[in-house]
Design a binder for this molecule. Structure first.
Ligand SMILES: NC(=O)c1ccc[n+]([C@@H]2O[C@H](COP(=O)([O-])OP(=O)(O)OC[C@H]3O[C@@H](n4cnc5c(N)ncnc54)[C@H](O)[C@@H]3O)[C@@H](O)[C@H]2O)c1
Length: 249
């Protein structure tokens, strides 16, 4: 059983690698460094090369794909956030779909975010082609716009693939974490624009999540017990979404 994990070097991706290896899966990690396949997923040529390298290593057959590679709102170049979180994830998803069709009980899990609901698809500047204007308008908080719109567009992209992937026998779901204790969250806490905002909001469960908790859900969604779960987004956030959007589900 071979599974590709992007963002394998840190945080949720590293926890997913650990979890999947413990479950007896063979894992191919993809990351900027310290991975089986080293690639900058912000760059189109790197993405194509990464897909080619993965397909060669797995001989064109994969049982699972887990897409964790991502950048947080604190990153100084908001376009890079969109390039990694949205374009990078989609290039791997679509590029590896044929290999998943050759796998055994294949499934993919894409790590989105609760931020995917902080903006609507109708207003999403990725859809309307107005990212530059939206970044300019947001000023110091352009990273937030980049993050929410990239995660919203990613979840939409997954959901719109549900019919074709289902027909091909490949399950596809997203997980939408709230605050999880990783270097990405720490960078947000250390950022003067975002630190207080993150610290001032505590999930009802009273703590942040651990990468292992997200990895456990990912492991379940990849496994045979999740055979009827397809096209769903699983919020895993200690109750934050229920507080912020009690009537929206
Ligand atoms: N930590 C949280 O609170 C939280 C909440 C919601 C969603 N998420 C999402 O979870 C995913 C994993 O984040 P994390 O918190 O584990 O962060 P992290 O920073 O610990 O790990 C992210 C990984 O992605 C890799 N990556 C970044 N840019 C890349 C690029 N251009 N090419 C290849 N790899 C690249 C990094 O090198 C790193 O190993 C991200 O998609 C993030 O948006 C995190």
């Amino acid at each position: 059983m071979t599974v590709v994990v992007s963002g394998s070097a840190s945080g949720i991706g590293a926890a997913a690698v650990q979890r999947l290896r413990r479950d007896g899966r063979e894992v191919l990690g993809v990351d900027l460094r310290g991975a089986d396949v080293v690639a900058d997923l912000a760059d189109a040529e790197n993405r194509t090369a990464a897909v080619a390298s993965i397909l060669e290593r797995c001989s064109g057959s994969l049982d699972g794909v887990v897409l964790c590679a991502g950048l947080g709102p604190h990153v100084s170049d908001p376009q890079r956030v969109v390039d990694v979180n949205y374009h990078g994830a989609l290039a791997l998803l679509d590029g590896l779909f044929p290999a998943l069709q050759n796998g055994s009980e294949p499934a993919a899990v894409v790590v989105s975010s609760v931020a995917s609901t902080h903006i609507t698809w109708a207003d999403n500047p990725i859809r309307t082609g107005t990212l530059a204007e939206a970044f300019a308008q947001a000023g110091d908080f352009a990273g937030s716009v980049a993050y929410a719109s990239s995660k919203n567009a990613l979840t939409v992209a997954v959901r719109t693939r549900t019919p074709a992937w289902g027909a091909a026998g490949v399950r596809l779901n997203t997980v939408a974490p709230g605050s999880v204790d990783t270097p990405l969250l720490q960078a947000g806490l250390d950022d003067p624009r975002y630190g207080a905002l993150i610290r001032d909001f505590t999930a009802p469960i009273g703590r942040t999540g651990s990468p292992a908790e997200i990895a456990a859900l990912i492991g379940y969604l990849l496994g045979p017990q999740a055979g009827f779960i397809h096209g769903a987004q699983f919020v895993i956030d200690g109750g934050s979404d229920a507080v912020l959007r009690p009537t929206a589900f």
